[in-house]
Write a protein that binds this ligand. Structure first.
Ligand code: SF4
Length: 475
């Protein structure tokens, strides 16, 4: 399962803001690895550099140097709206004679196609095919005496998940949707302020955490400091998967450090699904903390049964068919000396499509494991996500198609247990009303379409000249 993006912003006349943004994005790389970009502003002009791949592959001393100024934003992308291509990478720069802005967005709109059509009818030409470009153009076209008013007007028209950073030539803005689906926080750096998707993005640049941006809040940072424009939304819907998997264990969300929360998920699993086992192991790296929690609660020792190649996915060389057939082997190597003859409790964060878990079980059996008992830190995922996670249709979700005993058989395990919704909420330790749990319960915090298409805007002609859009509409 993948997330939609990581965002970062900084306003500081005392810092090399492009370099700071590079390292902020570097710390947030886990939130998206398809493309990345940085935009800077110096009081008169916005400069931009974007590319495909990870930040370390895209940026060099040479292309960072021209990114001058005292304001910057950056973006790591995992595509959930529009194809993965250079035009859809972010930040997205838009402008007309009066206003110029660059935007970096984490989340997904559920009404993007409607808003896109409206903008095309007004004569806006789209260079890419993302909902983020829809938001950027909506802000451009919005009424309002200043940028904060334009953003507020735009927010009233957006439905879905969005944590966003924006720069104009003179100001930095950050905003969060009325439900607060994706995290975003503010920190202090020398001579200024920084914004990051997660607190780990602040830690790595030496910034100190100030607070989270509230749902429905707009924040403006300029030479006079921070200005807050609170919203009036009372409903909350933070994605619970930030606690299970997306965010890093060293990040703090809603005042909770994620590492102990993941320990508590593992302990909850041990209480709900105890088993006689010899060893407990996590599927590295995201389930390691939960495996430790399971081990502490059950008294079964925790071991490293799989070693992960941390550099997998960091090459542009495609594996050939024979290597593709090896499947997870490219990513994980089992330790037969640890596994041989043992009854293994294997803790993982989630089963989405059911494509990876059977290969892991097979790999462990081949390495000598006598029994394999799979324990999952999340309840069964039965409903699609429309808020920026790449699980858009019910058909692709194994728990929407099969019962738990059927999934157990399918993955080849001796037993299978999923943490309950109640167990998950108890582990997080905050009221259930604060969260979106829709992929488990089907209760979406806002109305959604039954099926959403990641490439919907492309199908409607986005990223093509206006004549092409008109021609497609004529058909
Ligand atoms: S549907 Fe699931 S993955 Fe999507 S925002 Fe809600 S909790 Fe997160």
């Amino acid at each position: 399962m993948h997330e939609s993006c990581g965002i970062f912003g900084v306003y500081s006349p005392e810092e090399d803001v492009a370099r700071l943004t590079f390292f902020g994005l570097f710390a947030l790389q886990h939130r998206g690895q398809e493309s990345a970009g940085i935009a800077t502003a110096d009081g008169t002009k916005i400069r931009l550099h974007r590319g495909m791949g990870r930040v370390a592959n895209i940026f060099t001393e040479e292309n960072l140097k021209p990114l001058t100024g005292h304001i910057a934003i950056g973006h790591n992308r995992y595509s959930t709206s529009g194809s993965s291509n250079p035009t859809n990478s972010q930040p997205i720069l838009v402008g007309n004679d009066g206003v110029q802005l660059a935007i970096a967005h984490n989340g997904n709109l559920v009404n993007a196609t409607y808003l896109y059509k409206e903008l095309v009818d007004q004569g806006y030409v789209f260079h890419g095919s993302t909902d983020s470009e829809v938001i950027a153009n909506l802000i451009l076209s919005a009424p309002g005496k200043d940028m904060a008013e334009k953003i507020r007007y735009t927010m009233r028209r957006l439905q879905g998940a969005y944590s966003i950073v924006i720069i104009t030539p003179t100001e930095l803005y950050a905003l969060r949707d009325p439900l607060g689906v994706r995290p975003i926080c503010i920190g202090k750096v020398d001579g200024g302020l920084a914004i990051a998707s997660e607190t780990c993005g602040l830690d790595h640049i030496g910034a100190s955490f100030i607070r989270e941006i509230e749902p429905d809040e707009i924040v403006k940072i300029d030479k006079k400091g921070l200005h807050s424009y609170p919203g009036d939304s009372k409903q909350r819907g933070l994605c619970i998967f930030e606690y299970i998997y997306f965010a890093r264990p060293d990040s703090v969300i809603n005042g909770k450090l994620l590492y102990p929360t993941r320990l508590a998920m593992g302990a909850g699993l041990a209480r709900e699904y105890p088993i006689d086992g010899d060893i407990v192991m996590g599927v590295p790296d995201s389930a390691n903390a939960a495996a430790t929690g399971y081990a502490r609660e059950s008294g079964i020792p925790v071991v490293d049964g799989l070693v992960k190649n941390r550099y997998v996915g960091r090459t542009f060389i495609e594996p050939d068919q024979r290597m593709r057939d090896l499947g997870v082997r490219l990513k994980f190597n089992p330790l037969p000396q640890v596994l041989d003859g043992e009854r293994c409790v294997v803790v993982d964060d989630s089963i989405v499509r059911g494509t990876t878990t059977p290969s892991i079980v097979k790999l462990l059996r081949k390495a000598g494991a006598k029994e394999i008992h799979v324990r999952i830190c999340a309840p069964p995922i039965k409903f699609p996500c429309y808020f920026g996670v790449d699980m858009a249709t019910k058909q692709e979700l194994i728990a929407a198609q099969k019962s738990v005993p059927e999934i157990c058989k399918f993955i080849g395990a001796d037993s299978l247990g999923y943490l309950s919704v109640e167990g998950l909420i108890k582990a997080v330790g905050l009221p259930r009303e604060k969260f979106c749990l829709a992929c488990f319960t089907g209760e979406y915090p806002i109305p959604v379409q039954l099926e959403m298409d990641k490439l919907a805007l492309e199908t409607m002609g986005a990223g093509k000249p206006k004549e092409a859009c008109d021609a497609m509409e004529d058909k």
